[in-house]
Design a protein around this ligand. Structure first.
Ligand SMILES: *[C@@H]1O[C@H](CO)[C@@H](O)[C@H](O)[C@H]1NC(C)=O
Ligand SMILES: *[C@@H]1O[C@H](CO)[C@@H](O)[C@H](O)[C@H]1NC(C)=O
Ligand SMILES: *[C@@H]1O[C@H](CO)[C@@H](O)[C@H](O)[C@H]1NC(C)=O
Ligand SMILES: [Zn+2]
Length: 656
């Protein structure tokens, strides 16, 4: 683990600051210079030039790049709030049912739970496969009563704790044609994520041992579980990827697949439903094959497999560690709304938040106007109607600062949201409370099958817990909304009093990147309301669109939409800053910028987003930062001009 926490570590490891350290521009500039590796050539290896000294400067820090650093700062501040709350909780007036109290108690649960209350084995005691059936290793020497085990019912019971991708993928999701309505979507599982399959041999061995499985039976069990998983994965490989989604009643689905879907559904939603309930399904052939495999498989093996995957799911959603920072991450995963509320309440006074929000909105608005202009120039030669569609999409994007609903009274809203959540103070049972929070969050999500989706103003993201504890910005397809977590509103990414060149090159780039996701190869299929519009196929299949996408992929990437967002994002941010529509030149005193040109500052500050010392293998769903920086700048003439590079670069790709 790379997490080393110490209260003595300064919040930002900054080098000694020459000059006027109170001036925000000087400070930012000094931060940038600290990373520059002067001996490297900006033209040949810009990442090395701009970020070359990052690793040495941060060798002892528990973060690997800028958003993680912002996260760390945020976690430190929150730990401090928890310490204050802990002291306050002794006082007579402390309100034990407030949000703060609930968050504090979960935090203390994590920090102070005794070893016995944070054992993975306890999760299994608390969540058996069925009401009167325990997991096989707990049968105390007697044969395990297999006949009581029903794999689908067990899966449905575990679904209540968010397990939704084992043997069957079952997710409650918005209808493609109508984001207001939810439906249960059934299909085959995926195996791509790190928690979507069994772990390696040694790790599996350790897990099973800690779960109480007899040592001598672990080896053969792992072999058999792997064989089972491989055969399932093979079934999914055989499936046709382009198979159409279908809407089907449970009755029909039961008769086509031979599986008991109504029972499965009822356990997930925890109430009875009629057989004519519709679901959205894919991969019917897979389900028929799955039934054959499950019918033939040993029930005890299947139970063990599901159990192991459940544990992988749970440990992936928490930290074993009781270090304060790690516990804060845990709190952010499990109680994100309450944590964001507390952060806002403590660190963003209403006037401050208002000022920051205005600042972000102005920046975003300017970037969006650049984009609308670009759309109007019509590089893709769209029809007037198609252009309107794309423009409206861009105009409809909202920004959500802090991942909280846009309500005037956030405390009241969050109070209501956590109303049904009891968080006892007496015992420190981490396992139980973790499960409870997972179930609470999952139930809130599943209830949308009845209540429908929140409005755009009530919306906040709750799904993926890793996303929830991170300060990375993201775009929500179905809401046409960009989420900018509170963590981003910290130095050095956000410095309200700094010069625009800093704002446009970093925050501007980040916003423009997310903005582009609204109209990337996937986002474009959804209209302003967040519903699928298939007429867009005409845009996507047009030769110019295809050409643009192929160009972006000349140097192959698995994340073509990310590359597009980077390239378009830079184009928008740079254009918005340097082609100021008002035509007024910027007033900058050269002394203030250490005689560095604004163009250089722009590109150096942009690089801050990509500087880091993470291993290339740790990047998720994006190319590694170094590569991203190379691709976003290659063939971008202003960059070559700024650094006097004479490179024979091919033309910059463009889509929009
Ligand atoms: C304690 O907190 C709850 C939930 O926020 C609130 O409804 C209640 O009014 C508070 N009680 C007092 C005495 O402030
Ligand atoms: C892309 O690939 C071409 C040909 O393989 C190579 O010459 C070029 O340097 C690559 N560009 C980047 C930015 O990696
Ligand atoms: C454009 O110029 C105006 C007037 O000088 C200024 O207020 C505005 O901030 C500038 N825009 C940008 C993007 O810096
Ligand atoms: Zn992106």
């Amino acid at each position: 683990m790379w997490i080393i926490y110490s209260l003595l570590v300064p919040i930002v490891a900054s080098a000694s600051v020459p000059g006027d350290s109170a001036n925000p521009n000087t400070k930012l500039l000094d931060n940038i210079r600290v990373y520059i590796h002067e001996e490297a050539s900006p033209c040949e290896d810009y990442h090395q030039y701009a970020c070359g000294k990052y690793a040495t400067k941060h060798s002892d820090d528990p973060f690997m790049e800028i958003t993680q650093m912002l996260d760390h700062k945020m976690n430190q501040k929150l730990v401090q709030v928890m310490d204050e709350l802990e002291q306050g909780s002794e006082a007579p007036g402390f309100n034990g049912s407030s949000l703060e109290a609930k968050v504090l108690r979960f935090y203390l649960n994590c920090r102070d739970a005794p070893e016995t209350m944070r054992k993975v084995q306890r999760y299994l005691r608390l969540v058996p496969p069925d009401g009167d059936l325990s997991w096989p290793q707990f049968s105390a020497g007697r044969p395990w009563p297999k006949e009581k085990f029903n794999w689908m019912e067990t899966l449905a019971r575990l679904h209540r704790y968010g397990l939704s991708n084992v043997l069957i993928s079952a997710v409650v999701t918005q209808k493609l044609a109508n984001r207001r309505e939810f439906i249960v979507d059934l299909g085959m599982p995926i195996f791509t994520g790190e928690n979507d399959h069994l772990k390696g041999f040694l790790e599996s061995f350790a897990t099973l041992l800690s779960l109480g499985v007899q040592r001598y039976s672990i080896l053969p069990l792992i072999r058999k579980m792997r064989k089972l998983e491989n055969s399932i994965q093979k079934l999914t490989d055989e499936e046709d990827d382009d198979e159409e989604l279908q809407f089907m009643t449970l009755r029909r689905l039961e008769s086509v697949t031979g599986l008991e879907w109504r029972k499965f559904y009822e356990i997930i939603v925890d109430h009875q439903i009629p057989l004519n309930r519709e679901v959205q399904v894919k991969n019917l052939k897979y389900f028929r094959a799955l039934k054959r495999v499950m019918d033939a498989a040993d029930k005890e093996l299947v139970a063990n497999y599901i159990m192991t995957r459940f544990i992988i799911h749970l440990t992936g959603d928490s930290r074993e560690d009781n270090d304060p920072i790690e516990c804060m991450k845990d709190v952010r995963r499990s109680m994100s709304l309450a944590t964001n509320f507390i952060y806002q309440d403590r660190f963003l006074a209403p006037e401050t938040l208002q000022r920051y929000s205005n600042e972000m909105e102005t920046l975003f608005d300017h970037l969006r106007r650049r984009l609308l202009k670009l759309i109007d120039h019509n590089h893709l030669r769209l029809t007037a109607q198609q252009r309107r569609f794309v423009s409206n999409k861009a105009k409809g994007i909202t920004i959500n600062i802090g991942n909280v609903p846009k309500t005037p009274d956030l405390r009241a809203f969050a109070d209501q949201y956590y109303k049904g959540l009891e968080m006892p103070a007496a015992d420190k049972d981490y396992n139980r409370e973790h499960l409870k929070l997972l179930a609470y969050k999952t139930r809130k999500w599943v209830e949308q099958l009845n209540s429908g989706a929140p409005t755009v103003d009530e919306y906040f993201y709750t799904s993926d817990s890793d996303t929830l504890m991170s300060s990375s910005p993201f775009y929500i397809l179905r809401e046409n909304q960009i989420i900018m977590p509170f963590g981003l509103l910290q130095e050095p990414l956000f410095v309200p009093d700094s010069h625009n060149v800093f704002k446009y090159s970093l925050m501007g780039f980040v916003l423009a990147h997310e903005l582009t996701h609204a109209i990337d190869g996937e986002g474009i299929f959804f209209n302003t309301q967040g519903n699928v519009d298939l007429s867009v196929l005409e845009i996507v299949e047009s030769p110019r669109f295809q050409e643009g996408m192929e160009c972006m992929n000349r140097n192959k990437t698995d994340y073509i939409n990310e590359r597009l967002a980077d390239i378009t994002g830079l184009h928008l941010a740079y254009g918005a800053y340097f082609n100021n529509e008002t035509g007024t030149p910027f007033q900058v005193s050269p002394r203030e910028f250490n005689h560095m040109s604004q163009e250089k500052i722009f590109f150096l500050n942009l690089a801050q987003f990509f500087c880091g010392d993470a291993d290339a293998s740790t990047f998720l769903e994006h190319d590694e930062d170094k590569l991203r920086l190379v691709h976003v700048l290659s063939g971008f003439p202003p960059f070559d001009r700024a650094f006097g590079c004479r490179r024979s670069s091919s033309d910059k790709c463009r889509l929009w």
